[in-house]
Structure formats: C-alpha cells, structure tokens
Design a protein around this ligand. Structure first.
Ligand code: SF4
Length: 341
C-alpha cells in the first residue's frame, strides 16, 4: 500500500482545504473532481488543464487509483457480479442489475459484515474491515464502464456486502461524492441506503443527507426478529420504527421495508397481518424477497402460494407491495449471497 492520502477519501470541501494547504487555488479541487469522477481519470497525466508542476506534485503526494476488477460473472438474466481486489488484497463484490432503460449498481460498504443476520451469507464471514470512501465510490466509477453501450447506471443502492450505517463517515462521504455536481452528479432520489436497523444512525443520516432509506425488517415481532437479526436486541422494532417515523423523507418519497420471506418461519397470513398493523402510519412500501438458499443455511425458500398470500394481505391493507424477483441467483449475486470470493 502506498500510504499516501487518497483524493477520493475527500469531499469537495476537504479537497479544497487540502489544496489550499499546498498553496493552490481552491477551484483546482473542482477541476480535479471532474477528472476523477466524471471522466474516470486513473492518472494525473491526463489532467491537461493542470500545470505539469502541480500534476507532478500531486503524483508524489496523493493516490487516485480505484479498486481493480478481477472477475466479472454474468447471469442468464443479464445481472453482472463484479469482484474487486482492494489495495490490501481484500476482495469485495458489487452487482450490476439491468433494467428497461437503466442499470442499478449495488455497492458494498464493508469487507464482510459484523451484523450476523442469519439469512445472509455475507454475515457468516464476519467483519474484516470498513471500506474507505474511495473504495465505495471507486466501485461505481469502475462499474460505469461495465454496462453495454448506451445503457448507463441510473440508480445506486448501498445493499451489497456490509452494513452502510456501521461505516457511517465513509458511507456519507461516498454519498456526498456521488451527489456532488463536481462528483458523479447523481440526484439524492437515485441513491438508496439499506440498513439492518441501527436506529440512531438512521436519524443521523436523515439530518446529514436526504437519500432513500430501505430498512431490512424481516419479522413482525421482536422475538423472531432478534433470532434472525442480532441488532434487534440493541434496537428493537419499536425503536427502529420510531427512527423510521423520524426520518425526514422528502416530498412524496416513501420509505422501503425489505422483508425476506423464509419458508415456515415468517411467511404466514397471520405474520402479514401483524406486519400491516406494525407499519400503520408510516409512508412506506414493502419489498418481499423470497429467501435464496445458500450452502449451510438453516432456512428454506417460501412456497409460491405463501408469497402470493403474504403479498395479498399487505395489498389489501393498502401498502404498495412488490415481490422482488431475485436477480443473478445462478451466479450467487442475489440478495444475501455476496461473499467476496
Ligand atoms: Fe450484514 Fe446486511 Fe448481511 Fe445483515 S443482511 S449480515 S447487515 S450484509
């Protein structure tokens, strides 16, 4: 590892301050940001609107390289799983999901994850380390070049390996660079942070930046949720839903609750009714995800009938409820299947 500071670990304001310390004009940061994020520059040599002397100085002092793609697998449904090698040898995965006119990039925020959700393969690995902001944003910079000609990445979801809110500062910096006019220029409407339910960080995120929020709920009561998701012992459903109520979703946007349906565990009509009561008063929609079995998992996939019945109860209760088709199952790119291997 070079040990040099990485420019993509800095927000625009931080880069301006860094350049000012070097005796350079603050507007240089805007120039450099555009090269890094909009033109995907991987070397200072191409930054021809900077003086040779400044480029040489930057080369000596800072790093700008993005994680390297070491493997790409493509599913029969077109979903691509991309394996990245980080500077220290660790590996993480991202997923590119094709839509009608646009692609969605699902990015990782940690190497592994400490949260230990029982239905998730990433959770079995444990946490190796947090990703730096440059490693989060670097996945997207590389992925933009992996879509077919004419199709671009329009949505970003932080739903890959790791719990984004457990790596709060770096995740926030990455989001700032996704959404900066001098960065990647995404609207905050196109960014979704998915969390297992770190209640105080949900509230903090709402104060710091207004992106879409998806909360992984997965059970209609504390007993079963604590079994599935250890975080529930710290922030039980009541605390989590209060944080969701306090989350300032702008305009007509809706919060999303993710619910992984596990066969014979949380997929009955009674469970759906309980869930409908629980979410009353929250402007939200529900995504149902049929569990993807993985080697050694103790749960099984729900039956198609159970999925249909569960959805119908929520629809009848007035919730927009979508059964998310799992993409990329054949290449282990579906929800909860990422391992970085
Ligand atoms: Fe971590 Fe998310 Fe998997 Fe839970 S579901 S173990 S928070 S990666």
């Amino acid at each position: 590892m070079s040990g040099k500071p990485h420019l993509k670990d800095m927000t625009l304001e931080e880069m301006e301050a860094y350049f000012a310390e070097m005796g350079k004009e603050r507007y240089r940061a805007r120039q450099v940001m555009k090269w890094l994020y909009q033109r995907g520059a991987q070397s200072f040599d191409v930054m021809t609107d900077l003086s040779k002397e400044f480029r040489d100085k930057l080369k000596e002092m800072v790093e700008i390289r993005d994680p390297e793609i070491v493997k790409t697998s493509t599913s029969i449904d077109g979903t691509k799983k991309v394996l990245f090698q980080l500077e220290d040898g660790h590996k993480v995965e991202s997923v590119l999901i094709p839509g009608k006119n646009h692609w969605t990039a699902c990015l990782s925020t940690q190497v592994g994850c400490a949260m230990g959700c029982l239905f998730c393969f990433t959770g079995t690995i444990g946490l190796k380390r947090n990703l730096r902001a440059s490693e989060i944003v670097g996945q997207l910079i590389r992925l933009r070049f992996e879509t077919p000609e004419g199709a671009s990445v329009k949505n970003v979801v932080l739903m890959g390996m790791g719990e984004p809110l457990a790596n709060y500062e770096n995740t926030l910096k990455a989001i700032k660079n996704f959404t900066s006019d001098y960065g990647m220029g995404f609207s905050t409407r196109k960014i979704t942070v998915s969390t297992c339910g770190i209640a105080p960080k949900i509230v903090q995120l709402g104060h710091d930046i207004r992106v879409n929020l998806a909360v992984s709920l997965n059970a209609p009561d504390n007993e079963r949720r604590s079994t599935l998701m250890p975080i529930n012992r710290l922030y039980p459903i009541e605390a989590l839903l209060q944080a969701c109520r306090d989350y300032p979703m702008p305009g007509r946007r809706m919060l999303t609750f993710e619910y992984v349906l596990l066969g014979d565990f949380n997929d009955t009509i009674q469970d759906a009714k309980k869930l409908a009561r629980l979410l009353r008063g929250i402007r939200c929609k529900v995504n149902l995800i049929a569990f993807n079995e993985f080697p050694g998992s103790r749960f099984k996939s729900p039956s198609p009938e159970a999925i249909r019945n569960f959805q119908q109860v929520l629809l009848d209760a007035g919730y927009t409820t979508i059964v998310r088709t799992s993409r990329g199952k054949d290449i282990c790119a579906a929800c909860g299947q990422l391992s970085g291997q």
